[in-house]
Design a protein around this ligand. Structure first.
Ligand code: SF4
Ligand code: SF4
Length: 305
């Protein structure tokens, strides 16, 4: 099972973008000849909400979930962090696949719900809303396309419970699209910003501790009620994380800052930049000195005056 982000020649994605009204012919049910074939060879990207649902289902923290069940990957060469399911040891099957079907069915990720439909999110550089359309994935092993059932993608999404998943992943998709459309002109993101993106998007329990910390409280002004609500509800916290990232990565201010603390932080950052520049200049000067020390001008030669 795969969730290709774009249509690629030779891939199982039918190269047409379609709307929610598009009618598909498809049914998947126990007893079908290809039962579990899709879950035997996986390439499943996870959304932040997928992770919250699954870690709750398994009764573990997001940090434990990420370590045990996922692998990180880069969505784009410019370093947008993503997370995929880790398959079984020495194999390609999903760790949740059982002979009778999916063992986490009620909490299965978005990509599993959508299959054989792929969601395509797009954002133009000068627009601030994303548009969504769909593509159909046809893989040779999947016999569901030969079943006699026709329904619109909109109805399929309802049936599969995708609407809630999409709604709760919207903020994250917008962040990813914004980062992609920012393009290489802004340069590769720093390690620190990539780590921040990863933590805030995927590791909700670590982000919980971060928001609860004294340092965070000094810089961001949250009311006691808002903080209590965030500390008690992972989904609220996840949506706050998207706002937080939009603010720190794109300057979209929505969380009130403590002015004095923000100013002090900015000063510290400027000082650090000066220090970096000073160190670089010193390093360059030392390198140049070393270069000229090795040059024996008295000996003459082709480049001597
Ligand atoms: S989570 Fe369930 S539906 Fe998705 S790949 Fe794994 S077994 Fe299949
Ligand atoms: S019909 Fe397709 S989605 Fe259903 S089990 Fe078979 S391969 Fe998987």
């Amino acid at each position: 099972m795969s969730q290709p982000p774009v249509t690629i020649p030779g891939s199982p994605v039918v190269p047409n973008m379609v709307s929610p009204d598009h009618v598909i012919q498809f049914s998947c049910h126990k007893g079908i000849g290809c039962w579990n074939a899709c879950c035997s060879n996986i390439d499943i990207s996870l959304t932040p909400y997928d992770i919250i649902r699954l870690k709750k289902r398994l009764g573990i923290t997001s940090t434990e979930f990420l370590k045990e069940y996922t692998v990180p990957y880069e969505m784009e060469k410019d370093g947008i962090a993503g997370v995929k399911f880790r398959s079984v040891d020495n194999g390609t099957a999903c760790r949740f696949m059982r002979p009778e079907g999916c063992s986490v069915y009620a909490d299965r990720p978005t990509a599993c719900r959508y299959y054989p439909v792929a969601l395509l999110s797009m954002r133009k550089q000068d627009e601030y809303t994303d548009t969504e359309s769909y593509a159909i994935v046809k893989e040779d092993h999947c016999r569901g396309h030969a079943e006699n059932r026709r329904l619109a993608i909109a109805d399929y999404r309802k049936e599969q419970g995708v609407e809630e998943y999409d709604e709760l992943a919207r903020g994250w998709r917008q962040l990813v699209l914004k980062k992609k459309s920012a393009g290489p002109s802004v340069g590769a993101p720093s390690l620190k910003s990539r780590q921040l993106f990863f933590m805030a998007c995927y590791d909700v329990d670590t982000f919980h501790d971060f928001v609860e910390s004294e340092a965070f409280g000094k810089l961001f002004k949250l009311s006691a009620d808002e903080k209590a609500m965030l500390m008690a509800d992972d989904v609220e916290l996840m949506q706050f994380a998207f706002r937080f990232l939009k603010q720190v990565l794109f300057g979209e201010q929505s969380i009130e800052l403590d002015e004095a603390a923000a100013k002090a932080r900015l000063e510290k950052w400027r000082e650090r930049q000066k220090e970096i520049e000073r160190e670089a200049a010193e390093k360059l000067a030392r390198a140049e000195e070393g270069m000229y020390e090795d040059t024996d001008f008295d000996q003459g030669g082709p480049s001597a005056p």
